[in-house]
Design a protein around this ligand. Sequence first.
Ligand code: AP5
Length: 214
Amino acid sequence: MNIILLGPPGAGKGTQSAMLVEERGMRQLSTGDMLRAAVKAETEVGLRAKAVMERGELVSDEIVSALIDAELAAMGPETGAIFDGYPRTEAQARALDEILASHDRQLDFVIELEVDEDALVDRITGRFTCARCGEGYHDRYKLPRQEGTCDKCGSHEFKRRPDDNEETVRTRMAEYRAKTAPILPLYDARGIVRRVDGMAAIDAVKQGVDAILD
Ligand code: AP5
């Protein structure tokens, strides 16, 4: 199964992807994670993407589509893909159609996480992750069970994303409204869009996603 998780910054795409990976053995293809890894490694792509990401704008369509193509090429055909944060423009949506066809895959569902944008600033500015394993947390909605210790790997180091400040989040949301939301009608026309209330608690959102995929 190949699915897109769609929603503005902080909608819960990464949170839900992580659970699908763990429970269904699917693979999360997050262009945001790939770009952050490239920035950290100071590759040519990373050097080009760094300032764009810090402003909250979109990296070029060619760069992100090439990243997705390379990841899919390295995956076995039996492993399902979760596209998280991709596609984000009409050009990327068209590129994904071609990439999927070239890997003999088809898109099963586009799951839109419906959220109230005002609440998202709070979600994003409270977000932090384990510096070692990447497990995601939130200052109020998902704290580690033991304060200062990662539930998953036991590390005591955590980090926050440089683009998770209010000003950049507002730009990221404006980019979503202007460039990403308009791709939904393309998928609606194919009858593959399903909607889940992303404002519900994390487990309730998960149940909504599971109900679509089961
Ligand atoms: P990217 O990394 O994709 O960021 P994003 O889309 O802004 O999404 P986020 O990761 O911020 O949010 P999320 O929906 O995954 O939320 P999460 O689950 O963490 O992109 C970053 C940048 O890279 C872009 O700005 C752009 O520059 C570039 N880029 C990436 N892809 C690109 C592309 N295709 N084209 C061009 N440029 C690209 O949840 C957020 C917080 O809320 C967490 O703390 C979580 O614990 C909490 N939470 C989650 N669900 C709930 C819930 N139901 N209730 C309460 N809290 C919740």
